[in-house]
Design a protein around this ligand. Structure first.
Ligand code: PBG
Length: 340
């Protein structure tokens, strides 16, 4: 939708053009406002750890904790009462359960499956999104099976399908494959349908870039020390934009209900292109490094953290996002609630 600016300027050159009139007071700015951030835009990524009564700070993500299951349930309860629609769960798997093939990912009683059940039982109204990928479970920190230095695609997909099924069986509402293997969305969709999970949705990490901004997350799930090499043979090259459209197109064709762009802020152009091109539910993940940057600068007094937080989240909306995965979710939700 474009205003025919040239024609208009030609015919109205006699009139002063003063856009500042629309900004003269807060009431006027409110009327002009094109985008709004609400609590309903937020998905909160939560890290789960073993134990009871554990709330464990993550050094590289100030203000973000890992929670044992009982604590995660309390957090879920609060998130629901604040109006946050959904949580995205990630496990910090104990190191003795990590192995070459990430076999703990297929244990129906692993940390994530137990967390899904506990949260679903206590807070049934909140949506549960679960991560499908092997990196929190492998001793080498990769998202897939590794053989002679290569990540095996189809063998990994077969495991991801089984991982998705046990998560769905535990009660996950949305399966979110973050691994970037080819063909995994179709394989997961087919298996979910065949197993009677037609109502379980898929949020595809469709355009996921090989990014430096995941550093703090790898600390949070305990894979930073173990990761061998990088993820460039499966995650996207940050130089590419058209390829992101091909990734999204494929994931949609394979049955994705929602698509995600990740990281968020450095890839706002990708979000806009995806939304303009496909017009489907589009999400961004404001990743750990983006969160850490804002928090670190705020802690050092270099900027106003709260304002920066709100500005970045609004930018996602302006870019075309339907929602945002962000570690700021509970803080923003509280702030928005206090303004009502
Ligand atoms: C891996 C995964 C990653 C994130 C979510 N799922 C990291 C990676 O690809 O190495 C990153 C999230 C964040 O940085 O906040 N399956």
């Amino acid at each position: 939708m474009r205003w025919p600016l040239e024609n208009r300027l030609e015919t109205r050159l006699d009139l002063p053009r003063r856009l500042r009139r629309g900004r003269k007071a807060e009431w006027a700015r409110k009327l002009m406002r094109e985008n709004r951030l609400t609590v309903e835009d937020l998905i909160w990524p939560v890290f789960i750890t073993e134990g009871t009564g554990v709330t464990e700070a993550i050094a590289t993500m100030p203000g973000v904790n890992r929670y044992s299951m009982d604590q995660a349930v309390e957090q879920a309860r609060e998130a629901a009462s604040l109006g946050i629609p959904a949580l995205a769960l990630f496990p910090n798997t104990p190191s003795h359960l990590r192995d070459e093939t990430g076999s703990e990912a297929l244990n129906p009683d692993n940390l994530i499956c137990r967390a899904i059940r506990a949260i679903k039982a206590a807070v049934p109204e909140i949506g549960i999104i679960t991560d499908v990928a092997l990196d929190p479970y492998t001793s080498h920190g990769h998202d897939g099976l590794l053989a002679e230095g290569r990540i095996l695609n189809d063998e990994t997909v077969a495991m991801l399908v089984r991982q998705a099924l046990i998560q769905a069986d535990a009660g996950a509402d949305v399966i979110a494959p973050s691994d970037m293997m080819d063909g995994r969305v179709a394989a997961i969709r087919e298996a979910l349908d065949a197993a009677g999970f037609a109502d379980v949705s898929i949020m595809a990490y469709a355009a996921k870039y090989a990014s430096a901004f995941y550093g703090p997350f790898r600390d949070a799930v305990g894979s930073s020390g173990t990761l061998k090499g990088d993820k460039k043979t499966y995650q996207m090259d940050p130089a590419n934009a058209v390829e992101a459209l091909r990734e999204v197109e494929l994931d949609l064709a394979e049955g994705a209900d929602y698509v995600m762009v990740k990281p968020g802020m450095p890839y706002l152009d990708i979000i806009t292109r995806v939304k303009d091109h496909f017009g489907v539910p589009t999400f961004a993940y404001q990743v750990s490094g983006e969160y850490a940057m804002i928090m670190a600068a705020a802690e050092r007094g270099m900027l106003d953290g709260e304002k920066a937080m709100l500005e970045t989240l609004l930018a996602f909306k302006r870019a075309g996002c339907d929602g945002i995965l962000t570690y700021f979710a509970p803080r923003v939700a509280r702030l928005l609630a206090s303004r009502d």
